[in-house]
Design a protein around this ligand. Structure first.
Ligand SMILES: Nc1ncnc2c1ncn2[C@@H]1O[C@H](COP(=O)(O)OP(=O)(O)OP(=O)(O)O)[C@@H](O)[C@H]1O
Length: 262
């Protein structure tokens, strides 16, 4: 089995603050990971360095067989799909939904260069239909609701059939129905054998889609526990990671957590 992501002793320091330290993480082909932990723990930073959109200060990062620092990131970005609010904010809000999704062809945040490639526009429309956005394909990004924005990002990230999908809080800001619809979409993605690996960041165990196999608990800038979801996602481990007494329940492939009285 090939390894999709490998982080060894990764550290990141920004403005003298330790954002990440001693991060070791290995994602094998076929695995679907959740990065779970409290606010400010370092989840987004871990995903961002794995997605090549930020640099580690120390350590080694291998993604899809390439060692970061020794490969052209733009080539690697074409092989992975990444969604994050930080990326979303950088997009030109005057772009239409179709244009924003098409920007995934060259993994850039501006309008896709070729405007006359019918086959590619057909792929954009298929991707939009998959996430239920066909009806608003010509609407400007600036006008979209939170739920629509999340869907645009998923459509963009999955446009070219990437080998690796890295999704940072894909269900953030959605209402319950919107969240459940998007989770259904993520369950389909998790079940797609063409996707070598998926990693998803969330604060909420309720937002773990069915079919996810592994969890990394992140706290204080590092991964404190990692492994198969059934083994690692226990009440005791979650309580340690969030520094609060929590109870986790598991039913029909989904999880729920609630605080315990102290
Ligand atoms: N460029 C930076 N400069 C200074 N501090 C940073 C920088 N990037 C991240 N941090 C800090 O590092 C910590 C980890 O941030 P990160 O966004 O990775 O956490 P997170 O677990 O994703 O948090 P949240 O769940 O709130 O989104 C935070 O305290 C954040 O303020």
């Amino acid at each position: 089995m090939d390894t999709a992501i490998e982080l060894q002793a990764v550290g990141m320091t920004r403005q003298r603050q330790v954002v990440l330290h001693d991060v070791d993480w290995r994602v094998e082909d076929g695995e679907r990971w959740v990065l779970l932990g409290p606010n400010g723990a370092g989840k987004s930073s871990i995903l961002k360095v794995a997605a090549t959109y930020d640099h580690a200060s120390t350590g080694t990062i291998r993604v899809l067989g390439e060692t970061l620092g020794r490969t052209l990131v733009q080539d690697l970005r074409l092989r992975l799909g990444y969604t994050a609010s930080s990326l979303e904010r950088l997009m030109d809000q005057r772009m239409s939904v179709r244009e924003a999704v098409a920007s995934g062809f060259d993994a850039k945040l501006v309008r896709f260069g070729s405007t006359h490639d019918e086959e590619r526009w057909a792929a954009v429309d298929a991707s939009l239909a998959r996430v239920g956005l066909a009806a608003i394909a010509d609407r400007r990004l600036a006008l979209l609701s939170e739920g629509e924005r999340r869907r645009v990002q998923i459509a963009r990230a999955t446009l070219t059939g990437p080998e690796l999908l890295l999704l940072d809080e894909p269900t953030a800001g959605l209402d319950i129905a919107g969240r459940e619809q998007l989770l259904g979409l993520l369950e389909d993605i998790a079940a797609d054998p063409a996707v070598r690996a998926v990693a998803l960041v969330t604060h909420h165990v309720e937002e773990i889609p069915r079919g996810f196999t592994h969890v990394a608990l992140v706290a204080d800038g590092t991964i404190v526990e990692a492994g198969p979801i059934e083994e690692v996602l226990t009440s005791a481990a979650l309580s340690r990671a969030f520094d609060h007494p929590l109870e986790v329940r598991h039913q029909d492939g989904r999880f729920a957590a609630r605080g315990l009285q102290t």
